[in-house]
Design a protein around this ligand. Structure first.
Ligand code: AMP
Ligand code: MG
Length: 413
């Protein structure tokens, strides 16, 4: 079919036009979900000192030679060392210091005998096991060594990363900022929703489902949602609103008004502010898409039908904004599943994206439709955890392999 642009071409065009945000320095506690803009190198050893991995006794390994359950060796206990305290004396020949997990190894001691292999008796302890030097000792720098690169630039910071960065004494990190993403609904038919107040529906009106949906999807992606409200089909008002939003957002999503209808003013408004590309993408749902970088800010004119809006966000806006946030991976993982039933379709020059539920069953994924596949039927989409990618043709037979993009999984490419 002529005039339709392949999905991959449109994606490549958009990703080619969207740059990363200027990196900022943020406190470690605020860096969760952000991407490192520069590598982090540690100036400290982790652990910072040699310490014990067990509760027990710090000893000289040589003193335990020949010790066993029936041949215990007796040592003099010369100290008691809890975690968080520095040793105040060394361990000499024939001596031991009682020690708790995490406490520093005292001078002179080179091994730990775990408490389960000992028997305390007054100021002495019976050692019932022979240990080699280094037993249950955690070396200084055993996890990370001073001068070592801890994480390269491009690392997405999760919980474990923040823990590691805290362990090396990183107070702040240089990251790509969390993009502020404005969400605007357009349409004369829309009644405001989601704020707690519920208006009755006058004839011809519907509730604005796209804005609450997109604001949530934006937050789910790790971006900061900015609610731009609902605007009527009025070119001047849309233009004014977008003008304001461009100043405070790192990306903007509008929905509605990008089809070929008589009242589709989003395209016109954006064209007044800057150049806008309008594409008919060879996919179903979500064929129309307006895209442009206006005054440095990418703007996505998503289609109005809620399912199309979601799919368009997923395929175009989300990867582009992830790129803006410095993410090395932008695309959801795909798996091959077995079709639980036939996915029939007709040749129309488009890639079909059916909403499906995929489950792991008997060593593989199985996919089944979540129901009504019309582009306004959002309920079936809410039940989906995947988009089945069904290429142009007659569809996929029951039991055949079907390609599925996983909707809830972190990007892997
Ligand atoms: P449009 O792209 O403006 O022609 O809208 C296409 C379809 O999506 C129409 O049926 C609209 O009523 C519907 N629609 C547009 N915006 C929304 C919205 N925010 N929430 C729910 N439906 C919408
Ligand atoms: Mg409209």
């Amino acid at each position: 079919m002529s005039g339709l642009a392949p999905l991959d071409d449109v994606r490549a065009e958009i990703l080619g036009a969207v740059g990363a945000l200027e990196p900022v320095e943020v406190a470690l506690v605020d860096a969760h979900g952000l991407v490192l803009a520069v590598a982090v190198t540690t100036s400290e050893d982790v652990p910072p000192f040699a310490n014990t991995a067990m509760d027990g006794y710090a000893v000289r390994a040589a003193d335990t030679a020949g010790a066993g359950p029936d041949t215990p060796v007796r040592l003099r206990v010369v100290g008691d060392l809890p975690a968080g305290h520095a040793p105040d004396r060394a361990v000499g020949e024939g001596e031991a210091i009682r020690i708790m997990t995490g406490a520093p190894m005292p001078e002179g001691a080179d091994a730990i005998v775990m408490v389960e292999r000992t028997r305390a008796e007054g100021v002495e302890v019976w050692i019932e096991a022979e240990v080699d030097a280094g037993t249950h000792v955690r070396a200084a720098g055993g996890d990370l060594t001073r001068g070592q690169e801890v994480f390269p630039a491009g690392t997405l910071l999760g919980g474990a990363h923040l823990g590691v960065l805290a362990s090396v004494g990183a107070g702040t990190v240089r990251v790509f900022p969390r993009p502020r993403v404005g969400v605007l609904s357009t349409g004369d038919e829309l009644v405001e929703s989601g704020s707690g107040r519920v208006e009755p529906l006058a004839p011809g009106k519907i509730r604005d489902s796209n804005r609450p949906m997109l604001l949530a999807l934006v937050a789910e992606a790790g971006f900061e949602p900015v609610n731009l409200g609902v605007v009527r089909d009025d070119e001047d008002r849309i233009t004014a609103l977008l003008e304001e939003a461009l100043a405070q957002c790192d990306a903007i999503l509008t929905s509605g008004g990008v089809s070929v209808g008589d009242y589709d003013y989003v395209k016109a408004a954006l064209d007044r502010l800057g150049h806008l590309e309008w594409r008919q993408v060879a996919i179903k749902p979500a064929k129309p898409l307006a895209f442009g970088v206006v005054r440095g800010t990418p703007v996505f004119g998503l289609p109005g039908n809620p399912v199309s809006s979601l799919v368009s966000f997923e395929l175009f806006a989300r990867p582009a904004i992830l790129q803006r946030a410095g993410h090395p991976f932008r695309f959801r993982p795909e798996v091959m599943a077995r079709a639980e039933h036939a996915f029939t379709r007709k040749p129309d020059g488009k890639l079909h994206l059916d909403r499906v539920r995929v489950e792991w069953s008997e060593g593989g994924y199985v996919a089944r439709s979540t129901g009504n596949q019309a582009s306004n039927a959002l309920a079936a989409t809410a039940a989906a955890n995947g988009l089945a990618l069904i290429g142009d043709g007659d569809g996929v037979q029951k039991g055949e392999a079907i390609r599925v993009m996983l909707l809830n999984a972190a990007p892997d490419h």
